[in-house]
Unconditional design. Structure first.
Length: 422
């Protein structure tokens, strides 16, 4: 390890915090994190993390703390509007056997809190309230300045500043533009204490229901089932005013205001105890967030000079593969492993990083886009057909033992630490 290398990380989300922790574990690079917000963000609902990501949280030394906050169960159920169960399965069973990790739903704030606590325990420097305004490079270093007039200099800069990344827009790849995926999400966190014991007993894992408009899911997001995350994924067309922030604000208000009544209307025909449970969950939502899903189309540039984009800043994708956080963790692990050898030049580090991460990211991007398909709007026959197709696929998979051979779970056992570097 060479002494004295210094890195600046922009952004204290999962990518930035994980990169800082891994670099601290594996290298002697001195890291400073700069975060735009005044304090850890309260945004973001609850996220699902799959085995490939949970395994990396374990290697970061934070898995126990994350598991103490989140809800772990890989029991996936698809309920029909008619009140019966279309299928129920341990949807990551094969991957859990291989990796030792299953599926967890955790509030984004809890995940970030645990990572932040680990960063602070490791005495990694972190500064809040820092809005980046410029990035400049000389032969020997990269310099950043912030809105408050402060500045810093380092050997390398990692843009972990999310989908709207300033580092990407003003420095690494200004030509790259976001695209709207056509899908949006509405979500709410509900304390379980407001629900009846009968409804609570029905919610044992990831409970999904297809409606003509999209997919409704309820999943506990706290250990002990103290809180539930209820979210609805659906197709939403761009507002008439175009893809502008104002347009979305109007749309956001319409979606949020209308959400409960529209949902309750479309669930009027939902039968059985599950129908009653869904109506109770919806009636007990006190606030709803609306998230139009944007993504970065594959391609583009991830590095320039001494700067590299990591996590959503490089490859934001739609959330329907549940892999955003895991992709950020894999990025952070590979980056750190490549920097472990102080003799490896930075341009070589970025080249190898690109060559290894590109195919993996593209594969997961495609998977997420494919998974979005089942959430698209349809009519009564289309809904029936979707349910029949899904249940046939499940039966065939069980008859031919495909679920036991890990079909469709290969990407969940991918281990970034095992990938060869040359
Ligand atoms: C509706 C929805 C549902 C999702 N569900 C899942 C899921 O179930 N599972 C999953 O794995 N992923 C999910 N994701 C994706 C996941 O949230 C992201 O992939 C993940 O948060 C990426 O982490 P990141 O650190 O790269 O970016 P972010 O989480 O966006 O963090 C970026 C950080 O950088 C800071 N920042 C931004 N600009 C600057 C600046 N100029 N200067 C300093 N700091 C800055 C931000 O304040 C933030 O703290 C979902 C996303 C959405 C929108």
């Amino acid at each position: 390890m060479s002494p004295g290398r210094k890195a600046i990380i922009i952004g204290a989300g999962p990518a930035g915090l994980a990169a800082a922790l891994r670099l601290h574990q594996q290298t002697n690079i001195q890291v400073t994190i700069y975060e735009l917000r005044a304090e850890p963000t309260t945004l973001g609902g609850a996220i699902g993390i799959l085995p490939n990501g949970l395994r990396l949280l374990h290697r970061l030394g934070v898995y126990e703390k994350v598991a103490a906050r989140g809800f772990t169960s890989s029991n996936l159920t698809l309920h029909s509007m008619q009140g019966h169960i279309v299928f129920q399965q341990d949807f990551v069973g094969w991957a859990r056997e291989k990796t030792g990790f299953g599926y967890m739903r955790i509030k984004r704030t809890d995940l970030v809190d645990v990572l932040l606590e680990a960063v602070q325990q490791a005495k990694i420097s972190i500064r809040f309230n820092k809005r980046l305004t410029t990035v400049e490079e000389s032969d020997a270093s990269v310099q950043v300045t912030f809105e408050d007039g402060s500045s810093d200099t380092a050997d390398m800069l990692f843009g972990c500043d999310g989908i709207h990344s300033f580092v990407r827009r003003v420095y690494v790849d200004p030509k790259k533009t976001l695209e709207y995926s056509g899908m949006s999400g509405l979500g709410s966190i509900i304390p379980t204490s407001v629900l009846s014991p009968t409804t609570t007993a029905h919610i044992t894992g990831l409970e999904t229901t297809l409606t003509e408009d999209g997919m409704l899911a309820v999943n506990p997001c706290m250990a002990g089932k103290d809180e539930m995350f209820c979210f609805f994924s659906k197709e939403v067309t761009l507002p008439e005013s175009g893809d502008s922030r104002d347009g979305w604000e109007v749309h956001r208000k319409e979606e949020v205001d209308g959400f409960k009544s529209t949902m309750l209307e479309s669930l009027e025909s939902a039968k059985g105890e599950w129908g009653d449970a869904l109506r109770e969950v919806l009636n007990n939502m006190s606030s709803v967030n609306f998230y139009p899903v944007y993504r970065l189309p594959p391609g583009g540039v991830w590095s320039k000079g001494r700067c590299l984009l990591v996590g959503d800043a490089a490859h934001a994708m739609s959330p329907h593969a549940g892999q955003g956080v895991s992709m950020a963790l894999e990025d952070a692990f590979l980056l750190s492993r490549l920097l472990e050898d102080p003799k490896r030049p930075l341009d070589k580090v970025f080249d190898i990083y690109d060559r290894i991460r590109r195919p993996r990211v593209n594969e997961i991007f495609k998977l997420a886009a494919r998974n979005a398909g089942v959430r698209r709007k349809t009519g009564p026959w289309g809904l029936w057909l979707k349910e029949v197709q899904i249940s046939m696929a499940m039966i065939l998979s069980s008859v031919f033992g495909a679920d036991k051979r890990g079909l469709r779970q290969g990407h969940l056992v991918y281990d970034i630490d095992e990938v060869g570097l040359v």
